[in-house]
Design a protein around this ligand. Structure first.
Ligand code: GAP
Length: 452
């Protein structure tokens, strides 16, 4: 994260360039809920695609799954969510605000924001009570008689209840994993720090089934793998740390959990959790459903309930970390520029094609043709609006790694200028090789430039 970076700067850039908007804005907004605009969608899709590549495409031992969001309600009883997925809450009878009882030190009094809830003589806090984070709804046309169901608060349970299907049909034996990406929902009552904590969010979860005596070894393996993934896609090592949970922090299912934390503008906070869930989930679902959920070796007849190692990441939190780490401001010449130094494979747009003199028919035509050619293989933008300097700055702010400028010389020698977002170096390359040149640069390893 750049020094002096505030969440306000990220929120303002995200808004200004159409990455993220407050949800339901024309109705006054809905707290902890956001909509993603064009560049936000492209960025988010890139994060998900890189995760799926690393988890499934580049490995032989993980398969993909897309389970339903609304699952049988008994799943949430067996998983422990109906009984235990709660936050302790207190209400203030004076200001009518609601707070997490275990986070009072981080909250602001509703009347005097410089004070903590309970700190002033006017504060009148209720006793803490447990509040379940799952959103409830009903299946069926008649509200009173419909079946009570839940929007999933994690994608993981859809994986556990499909263990048998996948183990049989995908012909996998432990150690093997099932990866799932998708929306989850939590009735979070604490305001969320932009997209860090929201009511609905996307998760990237993978449940890795292993022989129980190998669980610890795989737990450590997945912590290292997941840190390496964030570094591979541009997060600086110094902005990441691994924090093992204290025993009193562990979830009901976990025997060990480590958070990969990122140094967000709000301080070190969880980006992803890696948990050793042991045999808790498969055992619980086997007992509740009456279906045996074991691994049986066809040859030796050996049978056991596999332990589960779970790297569970949030797409939106990852996106926020990539934005924070990439954000930079610098003065070039006498002008200030804001630039997102995103990894090219994470950047929403890979290349911008800019006709230097848009009213010149020859230049305009070559630029259009080049854009058409490039957009077949990567996200490419054509921009002919305004001065060239302004167009460069627009692309810098959305993190476009390269800009190709078509100018008068193009019409003479069939070359274009390629401008590098990070170094600002410009060189001329042949227009006929532009596509290969960009594909080579996209495939090349990339590391964030050192901070000045
Ligand atoms: N299956 C385990 C599980 O769900 P978690 O730590 O509660 O574990 C995993 O969630 C990840 O999901 C978190 O590390 C975070 O990135 C993301 N996440 C959780 N709650 C979130 C929320 N309300 N808003 C945005 N992301 C959230």
């Amino acid at each position: 994260m750049a020094s002096g970076l505030t969440m306000d700067k990220i929120v303002s850039l995200a808004r200004r360039r159409g990455f993220v908007f407050p949800s339901s804005e024309i109705y006054g907004g809905l707290g902890s809920s956001y909509d993603y605009g064009h560049y936000g969608v492209l960025l988010k899709e890139n994060v998900k695609a890189r995760w799926l590549e690393a988890m499934v495409q580049e490995r032989d031992d993980i398969v993909a799954l897309d389970s339903a969001i609304i699952l049988h309600p008994r799943i949430w009883e067996a998983s422990g969510h109906v009984g235990g997925f709660t936050d302790p809450l207190v209400d203030c009878r004076t200001c009518k605000k609601r707070f997490r009882a275990d986070h009072l030190a981080d909250e602001q009094c509703g009347r005097k924001p410089s004070k903590r809830p309970g700190e002033t003589s006017e504060c009148d806090l209720t006793e803490a009570r447990q509040f379940n984070l799952m959103f409830e709804t009903r299946v069926g046309p008649v509200e009173e008689t419909g079946q009570r169901v839940f929007l999933r608060p994690e994608t993981a349970q859809g994986i556990f209840v499909n263990f048998k299907n996948v183990a049989q049909l995908a012909r996998r034996k432990p150690p093997f994993g099932i990866a799932q990406l998708g929306k989850s929902f939590r009735n979070e009552i604490t305001p969320g720090n932009f997209i860090f904590r929201t009511l609905e969010f996307e998760q990237m979860e993978m449940e890795f089934f292993v022989p129980p005596d190998a669980a610890d070894q795989w737990y450590r393996y997945w912590i290292d793998e997941r840190v390496a993934w964030y570094v591979r896609y541009g997060l600086r090592q110094e902005s990441l740390r691994v924090r093992p949970h204290d025993p009193d922090e562990l979830s009901h299912y976990s025997s060990a959990t480590s958070d990969i934390e990122y140094l967000y503008p709000i301080g070190w906070s969880e980006l992803e959790g890696i948990a050793n869930r042991g045999t808790f989930d498969l055992t619980a679902h086997a007992e509740a459903s009456g279906t045996t959920l074991e691994w049986v070796d066809g040859g030796s007849g050996e049978r056991y309930v596999p332990a589960v190692i779970e790297p569970a990441a949030g797409v939106n939190r990852a996106m926020l970390a990539f934005l924070c780490d990439a954000y930079d401001e610098e003065v070039v010449g006498d002008r200030e520029r804001t630039v997102l130094r995103l990894h090219p494979e994470i950047a929403p747009v890979k290349v911008a094609v800019l006709p230097l003199i848009p009213r010149d028919a020859g230049i305009a035509e070559r630029a259009r043709a080049l854009h058409q050619e490039l957009r077949r293989v990567m996200v490419a933008e054509h921009d002919d609006g305004g001065q060239i300097g302004r167009r460069y700055r627009r692309q810098d702010e959305i993190g476009t790694p390269w800009a190709l400028t078509v100018d008068e010389q193009t019409l003479v020698d069939e070359t274009v200028t390629i401008r590098d977002r990070d170094t600002l170096a410009q060189e001329r390359i042949s227009i006929s090789r532009a596509r290969e040149h960009l594909l080579d640069r996209l495939a090349a390893p990339w590391a964030p430039p050192a901070r000045g």
